[in-house]
Design a protein around this ligand. Structure first.
Ligand code: FES
Ligand code: FES
Length: 208
């Protein structure tokens, strides 16, 4: 059949073009709507992320047996939140980069550097600082005092906390185990002899 012969059953070129353009327009509209939706979703996500990055969120931390609620920036370290939001100042900021141990806390039974731990990821875990330790005879702080395990004292909260965590896991450590258990902590004053003896004495006396 030649092109110019009319076929009643055949769609005319005009009908075809009309149909095509409607379909194309629908496709374009659908695409546009989809792009619009994607953009809206992306924008909402970006806004959420910006607000998550620069805004504050509410967190509850279990510190020394108490549920403490506060508002923090999601990027906040556990050390910052303890010291500046919750007034728990036992953990010290010294290097602030995970190398000295002055900021040590016990998180779910593990000694960790609070300066390299996000507060937001500490939710739902038990956090203990030296404020909660037994300070009487038989306690780790007393053993440090008895053995001159400190000079300036800046490293001491971290050492006491690491020692407490060690003895809770291993109540009868050997000298080598004490050295290994405390090897994440640094004392610039060089009180290691006293610190190690304090740990060994505390192991004999401590009631963990
Ligand atoms: S202050 Fe955290 S390791 Fe030094
Ligand atoms: S007692 Fe001074 S840093 Fe350890």
């Amino acid at each position: 059949m030649r092109d110019n012969v009319t076929d009643p059953n055949a769609a005319s070129r005009r009908d075809f073009l009309r149909g095509s353009s409607v379909a194309a327009a629908t496709a374009v509209l659908t695409q546009t709507a989809q792009v619009g939706m994607d953009e809206a979703a992306a924008e909402a996500l970006a806004t959420q992320q910006i607000s998550a990055q620069s805004g504050t969120i509410s967190v509850t931390l279990q510190v020394n047996g108490k549920a403490l609620k506060t508002e923090i920036e999601p990027r906040s370290t556990l050390l910052d939140v303890l010291r500046h939001r919750l007034d728990v100042t036992g953990p010290k900021r010294v290097c602030d980069r995970g190398s000295c141990g002055a900021c040590t806390v016990i998180l779910d039974g593990q000694a960790v550097y609070s300066c390299t731990t996000l507060a937001i990821s500490s939710q739902g875990k038990t956090i203990r600082t030296l404020e909660s330790f037994d300070t009487g005879e038989g306690g780790v702080p007393h053993a440090f005092h008895q053995n001159d395990g400190l000079m300036c004292g800046y490293c001491t909260p971290g050492f006491v906390t690491a020692c407490q965590a060690l003895l809770e896991k291993n109540p009868n450590p050997t000298l080598e185990e004490v050295k290994k258990g405390l090897d994440g902590n640094i004392c610039r004053c060089g009180t290691y002899v006293g610190v190690i003896q304090a740990a060994l004495d505390a192991a004999k006396a401590i009631k963990v």
